[in-house]
Design a protein around this ligand. Structure first.
Ligand code: PRX
Length: 568
């Protein structure tokens, strides 16, 4: 039986206090996510239950019980405190999906720090933008990523410590660098967990927008209330489940539902620290008898591409519940998963800013393939008219997805950027920045983003960040970056570039520019296609009109171009 009862009943009677009650939390008390995910579970008798089964790239396996996790997160917290790091300090996790990343996250929270996870494929430029904004006090990283941090150390006077979790002593560490080996560290039985309260800052996740630099969505410990109950109801996590979230904790799915949600529910979760390969993934499910699987449309489409035969070679009968997030889940993918796994992937919609699933399909609810489902009980969601920002009453009309503020895991601000935070609200609604319609039965149908942000394989990349980096290349005079359609990743980055005098368009230059971006920013931000043009469409005031270029890529109507200065 599913954790959540019939949708309409639950919606009718829902209040976030259900979650507080189940967690034994009372308003005004101490609330620390690190404690709730570790010590509390041990007190509840789960000391010897496996919390983490980790498999590395080379096939090595590590297993940790809830008690191991309690002790190791204490060790990390103790170590960080010993370095002089203080509550409120931003501490960045810049690692692959190794156990230290997961336990480091909880350890930071236990000592009162603000965890700032960053995707380990980020290059030095992506890194400095986000560390500079947060004035991050320490980075926890691996040897393989150390050079990217070293490149920018001179620009970071505020950075006190660079902690290397796998230093082998073969090369001397430099100033501000220090080794920490979690598995060999003294296991600390009693650590004075920071007495955070509901509104104490917990996590800082950077996300990209259309303009300006990436913004740090700042969350608080109270987010736990929403992450607990959404993981329980939507992911339907139950005592004997073996759960696998494929997301990297560099992104919000990997923290809300790859750390906090499953562990506060006392789940055993598996982590596979290796890239995507259908064979590897199916083997992983088979080997660990995964029951609940949370993944993303791009991965599902990639699996689809690899065909049905490979599925049949594996025993995947342990699977009982599948969910997806990050991009539109096309109807074909839902129908395919039903055919090959005997289960549909249930689409869930949310954002870095929302901290938890806000619109979703639920166990037991009729799935309409292609729809995102209905608002989570406790979430007041609607679509607003594109011009008046008034809720649209008629079904089928496209508007802006909007949420009534006040759910527990909503970001509390953008770090250092209250103005942009405030700009996200209209008529008392939080505007998600996406377009959708709602049908007669209350199902949401995603249409697209309302801005220029590119969603590639479920990861948002900001065109502005890429355009700024492109300008640093010696050959680039001007650039405009848009998403172009892609059958697997939904969108990939395409750059339109005008060259400086003396430079000629060529395949070599094309590759050089692509590599330049890959190294500085990340493989995600790297343009998959570059088109050299003589000029870019601009408004009379000189603003580049990305939407004209995007419309061409997508074969859409260009719309109002009355402000266009030049003909394309
Ligand atoms: O555009 C929507 C898309 O991803 C955005 C949020 O991205 P991020 O903050 O990186 O968080 C991703 C994981 C929670 C949204 O504004 N998005 C997310 N889920 C869906 C989606 N688009 C369509 N369908 C979804 N289920």
């Amino acid at each position: 039986m599913a954790n959540m009862g019939p949708y309409e009943n639950v919606k009718e009677n829902f209040s976030w206090s259900i979650s507080e009650k189940e967690l034994g939390y009372h308003n005004g008390e101490i609330l620390n996510i690190g404690e709730y995910c570790t010590d509390r579970l041990c007190r509840m008798g789960k000391k010897d239950k496996l919390a983490l089964i980790w498999e590395g790239f080379g096939g090595d396996v590590k297993k940790y019980t809830f008690n191991d996790m309690r002790l190791l997160t204490n060790s990390i917290a103790h170590f960080l405190k010993g370095l002089g790091l203080e509550p409120g300090d931003r501490i960045c996790l810049f690692m692959d999906k190794v156990p230290e990343l997961y336990f480091g996250f909880l350890g930071i929270l236990k000592m009162g720090g603000i965890a700032q996870p960053l995707f380990s494929a980020f290059g030095s430029d992506s890194l400095i933008t986000r560390l500079e904004d947060a004035k991050t006090a320490a980075v926890i990283t691996q040897k393989k990523h150390l050079q990217k941090v070293r490149n920018i150390v001179p620009q970071m006077p505020y950075m006190k410590h660079i902690i290397v979790v796998d230093d082998d002593g073969s090369k001397p560490l430099k100033e501000r660098e220090i080794a920490f080996h979690m598995d060999q560290a003294e296991r600390i039985e009693h650590f004075d967990i920071y007495p955070s309260k509901a509104e104490t800052p917990s996590v800082l996740h950077y996300t990209s927008g259309t303009t300006g630099k990436p913004k740090g969505a700042q969350h608080v410990h109270y987010s736990l209330i929403a992450q607990y109950i959404t993981a329980k109801y939507v992911l339907d996590l139950q005592e004997n489940d073996i759960y696998w979230c494929t997301a990297d904790p560099g992104w919000v799915t990997g923290t809300s539902y790859g750390i906090i949600g499953p562990w506060v529910n006392g789940m055993t979760q598996c982590v596979l620290d290796s890239g995507f390969k259908a064979e590897t993934w199916y083997k992983f499910i088979e080997k660990y008898k995964i029951t609940v699987w949370y993944s993303a449309p791009t991965a599902i489409r990639s699996l689809m591409k690899d065909g049905d035969e490979i599925v049949k070679k594996h025993d995947l009968s342990s699977l009982r519940h599948l969910c997806s997030v990050g991009e539109p889940l096309n109807a074909e993918a839902v129908i395919w998963s039903k055919k090959v796994f005997g289960l549909p992937f249930l689409d869930t919609y949310w954002q870095t800013e929302t901290g938890c699933i806000v619109i979703s399909n639920y166990p037991g609810m009729t799935v309409k393939p292609g729809s995102m489902g209905k608002p989570f009980p406790g979430i007041d969601a609607t679509v607003l008219d594109l011009k008046t920002y008034e809720p649209i009453k008629k079904p089928g009309i496209v508007g802006l997805i909007a949420l009534k503020p006040g759910w527990p895991s909503m970001m509390r601000t953008y770090w250092n950027n209250e103005i942009t935070y405030k700009s996200k609200f209209k008529n008392g609604w939080y505007i998600c920045g996406d377009r959708s319609s709602i049908d007669e039965e209350g199902y949401f149908w995603f249409v697209g983003r309302d801005d220029d942000v590119i969603n590639t394989g479920g990861h948002l990349v900001g065109p502005f960040e890429i355009e700024s980096a492109l300008l640093e290349h010696e050959a680039v005079a001007e650039s405009a970056v848009v998403g172009k359609p892609d059958p697997v990743n939904m969108e990939v980055v395409k750059a339109f570039i005008t060259l400086k005098p003396g430079f000629q368009a060529s395949k070599d230059l094309d590759l050089a520019i692509m590599n330049f971006i890959r190294k500085r920013l990340s493989p995600l931000a790297m343009p998959q296609e570059i088109e050299f043009v003589d000029s870019l469409p601009k408004t009379r005031s000189g603003k580049i009109m990305r939407r004209v270029l995007r419309a061409k890529e997508w074969g859409e109507e260009i719309g109002d171009v009355s402000t266009l200065e030049n003909d394309m």
